[in-house]
Write a protein that binds this ligand. Sequence first.
Ligand code: ZN
Length: 225
Amino acid sequence: MKTTHVTENLIQLTRLGFVNAYLVREDDGFTLVDTTTGGGADDLIGAARRAGGEIRRIVLTHGHGDHVGSLDALRDRLGAGVEVLMPELDARIHAGEKVVEGKLPGSWPKLATAPDVRLTGGERVGSLEVVPAPGHTPGHVALLDARDRSLLAGDTYTSFGRVEVTARYYWRFPLATMATWDRDVDVQSARDLRAVDPSLLVVGHGPAVRAPGAAMDAAIARAAH
Ligand SMILES: [Zn+2]
């Protein structure tokens, strides 16, 4: 696993070369945002300890397997005291409810862990504001660090090669587009995330992008027609 210190409060953890999770530093330790694929729990816990803290809570941007894959193992190792927060609609999908018409794209692995909190947007998790960003999945959320306007955008955008909205097929990472539930809704969320005027963009797949406004504008323009 690769560890990248993006800012003093944000550490990017990359597994398999293409799946990111993030440690967000708080006064009591770390909020882990996403968990990557299965088999990552020990590395994620170790990365937090090397950075000087414990994982205190786990926020999922959405329910796909490459983001929730190590959730059950983390829950086993860290115990029930570590709060798990997941978007409402994606939690209902994991609970077996049919919340949308038709087949959902992307992988939805069986989870033993039910979230303690279901997120709909507008909540505050430590320094992070929950911003609704549906489209990649029905419940997908992004997280804005109110301290410096770093945006953890999940899979609304990718950044391999250049910033793209996941609604738009791009050869550098076609998986994200194939797994996107509603491309029109995804593009609208991309606009909503641009509108929060982030200082830094980090995503589920790809490197961090500083001062991302122009790149997000260009990505939205490519995706919107
Ligand atoms: Zn993903």
